[in-house]
Design a protein around this ligand. Structure first.
Ligand SMILES: Cc1cc2nc3c(=O)[nH]c(=O)nc-3n(C[C@H](O)[C@H](O)[C@H](O)COP(=O)(O)OP(=O)(O)OC[C@H]3O[C@@H](n4cnc5c(N)ncnc54)[C@H](O)[C@@H]3O)c2cc1C
Length: 379
């Protein structure tokens, strides 16, 4: 009975792929529809730290603990905070921490390697869902015949097309935009700059600005230049614009020379206005439709719970479906379990963003680190 359930997962991010994998382990077939043409079609973004009770637990339940451990970077868990004038405020290598880093592309590949062939349909952007009289939903994609499923899981991120079918909530701008930059091969090319962040992350808090650097694998460093600014002003910027580069340099002009140099030598990769769904977003259960990850609870990365939360959602939903019994009850039980977890994470992320990119003193960052609360856009 359970195996006859037809499941479509929209989106092959950390949430969607984890769900497909754990379902597969329990003998439940699901099809992932992903608009990317292949796994590395676009840069996947910076490194992720996997938290024990969410991301790591999901990887365990996916039977991928060993594959993860083979790539997990326990040596890159350090945290540093500087004042904009270069004074070191906090430094902890955190070598016995349990939130190891992994590159997003590596995480995606681990999950993909563990899925049966044909499970992910690449290059298939789902344009809409069409409700059918029998309660199923047909997926509408350009150039492909509509296909109907009992359960459609929206794992399709911030601009989910499933979300509007269950909720009228819209993501809102949180007043901060992150300019994401990258430096390849930093150890060879810029050893002095590599030493600033060491093995882990560094944070430099200015007034309404924050510069964070995060070490990835292969001596790549990812920079997050976060700026409190109106959304209208964001629209004039792009990764190819020389004006944006000049404006970024002038915005961080008050920072000490090595921090300015980090920005100067880096490649601008993305301009990301921070959007979030309302804290405590939830919806009335709708047969045949549900959401996981950013589609359900988009939040800023200042709590480090986004990908971790998406994977926790996936694990919970998969285990409840695998238990057998009425699948609609399983979906309701998943939502009941997920809503409070997501609310707590979203509250923390909002607070993190408001505290980290603010007009107060740089010591804020060091205080948070001493208390074990990360202010960063990636933890
Ligand atoms: C700068 C930054 C740093 C971050 N750092 C961290 C961190 O350190 N730790 C952490 O836990 N989180 C972090 N996050 C948050 C994290 O990136 C997200 O929460 C996470 O990726 C959500 O996973 P997801 O699977 O729900 O959605 P996504 O990763 O957004 O995946 C959605 C997938 O759906 C596909 N898709 C979308 N629409 C369609 C469609 N119509 N048809 C088919 N496919 C579709 C997309 O191509 C994509 O592959 C960070 C975010 C940012 C912006």
């Amino acid at each position: 009975m359970q195996n006859a359930l037809s499941i479509a997962i929209l989106g092959g991010g950390p949430g969607g792929l984890t769900l497909a994998r754990i379902l597969h382990l329990h003998g439940i077939k699901a099809t992932v529809f992903e608009r990317d043409t292949h796994a590395l079609a676009r840069p996947q973004g910076g490194s992720l730290d996997m938290h024990p009770e969410t991301g790591q637990r999901a990887l365990q339940l996916a039977g991928l603990h060993d594959a993860f451990q083979a790539l997990a970077r326990y040596g890159d868990q350090g945290n540093r905070a500087y004042a904009p004038d270069g004074a070191l405020l906090f430094d902890d290598a955190n070598l016995d921490g349990d939130t190891p880093e992994i590159d997003r592309s590596q995480l995606r590949q681990i999950l993909l390697n563990a899925l049966p062939s044909g499970c992910v349909r690449w290059d298939q952007k789902v344009e809409a869902l069409r409700p059918l009289p029998d309660g199923r939903h047909a997926l509408v994609s350009a150039g492909v015949e509509d296909e109907a499923f009992d359960l459609v899981v929206g794992a399709d991120g911030a601009s989910s097309i499933v979300r509007p079918l269950v909720s009228s909530a819209q993501p809102a701008y949180e007043g901060v935009t992150i300019f994401e930059l990258g430096i390849d091969d930093i150890d060879q090319r810029y050893p002095a700059l590599a030493a600033l962040s060491g093995h882990g992350k560094m944070f430099v808090k200015g007034s309404n600005t924050l510069l964070a650097a995060q070490r990835n694998s292969n001596a790549h460093v990812r920079l997050y230049a976060a700026i409190r600014m109106p959304l209208d002003a964001v629209r004039s910027h792009s990764i190819t614009s020389p004006d944006t580069r000049r404006w970024l340099a002038s915005t961080f002009a008050g920072y000490a020379a090595p921090f300015r140099e980090l920005i100067e030598v880096a490649t601008l990769l993305a301009v990301r206005p921070m959007l979030a769904l309302p804290v405590g977003h939830r919806w009335a259960n709708q047969p045949g439709l549900t959401l996981i990850g950013d589609a359900a609870h988009l939040m800023s990365p200042f709590g480090g719970e986004g990908a971790n939360g998406a994977m926790a959602d996936a694990a919970d939903l998969a285990l409840l479906l695998a238990r057998g019994g009425e699948w609609r009850e399983a979906v309701l039980a998943y939502e009941t379990m997920m809503f409070p977890r997501a609310e707590a994470a979203a509250f923390g992320a909002g607070q993190g963003l408001r505290g980290a990119v603010a007009a107060d003193q740089p010591a804020h960052i060091a205080r948070h680190m001493q208390q074990g609360i990360s202010p960063r856009p990636d933890k």
